[in-house]
Design a protein around this ligand. Structure first.
Ligand code: FAD
Length: 373
């Protein structure tokens, strides 16, 4: 089978690219290894700034129908300190990944992309006119170019990142809770010993709690709280962070506790020899700013714009690489700074004291993170 583009991964990045290219008349193969719907470690929040792109993906009305309430306030919960501030643009919302990714994938199919699922890309072979993509099933397909959108953690195949374990690795955890007293329009950032996290009202009355914990801190946390890693982490957050303890008081877990990782934020290769890297695979911010879905949708929208009508693949690759850095590097830098502040005991205490005196700093931080124009 011959395609203009083979898109690997049907997360937000892959399905967005597949949708926009198929809509422009391209023959697109969308290859996804997992069965959908599937759950994922993720806070599920999407910034207001990304809503117009969801419109272009054809899912805005279904998203609004299913998503949780608009978020209008941010907060910092660190030790016993609780500070709230308004979110200027407001209106960002959260939707479970088992719903969001299905909507985005189906929008790509409605635009004409051909789906291979469950189908894992296991190898790529270079040909004069593009690539031969070999799937685990024994099938293979040819494409003029490859769009690698297979994510950066739990990714498999030719784009899997090589990652020997390091003490500083971040591991991700996530759970849903019902009956949480967390105010509906509030999204707190949790800064706790060994990591950071966030809470937000998502769909169907659920609150998502997601977080990152350093590998070396996890060992101590497990020794203190016992049980499975995710349970120990949530017990640790409740024991060390008053705001989180209040938001979890009387709440009941809904569904399984999930884990993922290691998560290695940073900028990676965005283009190489006919392969475009988008979403987390091209570059990843610290989840502390809850911008990964938005950046996945935004980077694939940028890529599709540069590809449509451009016959020179290498030229499109150079333009994409440059535009990616200009667009996303400031957000990655901001996320690195916030993660550092949240994870170091001295800066965490100082930041909590500062924002308590000047809550406007929280609003300013949310703007730097990309949550407002
Ligand atoms: C704790 C935590 C909280 C977060 N909270 C938020 C948040 O609130 N808001 C936000 O915007 N972002 C958040 N993020 C980040 C967000 O989850 C990611 O940035 C986002 O999922 C990236 O999308 P993607 O499409 O690049 O990759 P993914 O969503 O990882 O999708 C990649 C897809 O590729 C498939 N795949 C992998 N290998 C292959 C293969 N060989 N063949 C075929 N398919 C393959 C996978 O099955 C997967 O479906 C959070 C992350 C963490 C860790």
């Amino acid at each position: 089978m011959q395609f203009d583009a083979a898109v690997v991964g049907a997360g937000p990045a892959g399905s967005t690219a597949a949708r926009l290219l198929a809509k422009a008349g391209w023959r697109v193969a969308l290859i996804e290894k997992a069965e959908f719907p599937r759950h994922k470690v993720c806070g599920e929040f999407i910034s207001a700034a990304t809503m117009p792109l969801l419109e272009a993906c054809g899912i805005a009305s279904a998203f609004f129908a299913g998503a949780g309430p608009p978020v209008r306030q941010v907060a910092l919960y660190a030790a016993s300190s609780i500070t709230q501030a308004p979110l200027p643009s407001g209106g960002g919302r959260a939707l479970g990944r088992e719903h969001l990714d299905l909507l985005l994938r189906d929008a790509a199919l409605a635009a004409g992309a051909m789906l291979f699922q469950p189908a894992e890309l296991i190898a790529l072979e270079r040909h004069p006119t593009g690539y031969l993509c070999r799937l685990q099933s024994g099938e293979s397909l040819q494409a003029r170019m490859v769009i690698a959108a297979s994510g950066s953690w739990n990714s498999k195949g030719p784009f899997a990142l090589d990652r020997p374990a390091r003490p500083s690795d971040l591991l991700g955890f996530k759970a849903h809770f019902r009956r949480s007293p967390l105010p509906e329009d509030l999204m707190p950032l949790l800064a706790f010993p060994g990591g950071y996290g966030g809470m937000v009202h998502s769909d169907a009355g659920r609150v998502s709690l997601s977080c990152c914990v350093r590998r070396d801190a996890l060992a101590t946390i497990r020794a203190r709280h016992g049980g499975r890693a995710a349970e120990a982490v949530f017990a640790h957050i409740a024991a060390t962070t008053k705001g989180a303890a209040l938001a979890l008081a009387g709440a009941e877990p809904d569904g399984a506790f999930l884990s993922a990782g290691p998560i290695r934020p940073g900028i990676r290769t965005r283009y190489r020899d006919g392969i475009f890297f988008t979403g987390n695979l091209g570059g990843e911010a610290h989840p502390v700013i809850a911008e990964g879905i938005s950046m996945a949708v935004q980077s694939s929208t940028l890529l599709a714009k540069l590809l449509i009508g451009e016959a020179d693949i290498a030229l499109a690759g150079r333009r994409y690489s440059r535009a990616w850095r200009q667009t996303f590097a400031p957000r990655l830098e901001a996320s690195r700074l916030f993660a550092h502040i949240a994870m170091q005991p001295a800066t965490r205490a100082l930041a909590a004291a500062l924002v308590h005196r000047m809550p406007a700093l929280l609003t300013f931080g949310a703007c730097l993170a990309g949550k407002a124009p």
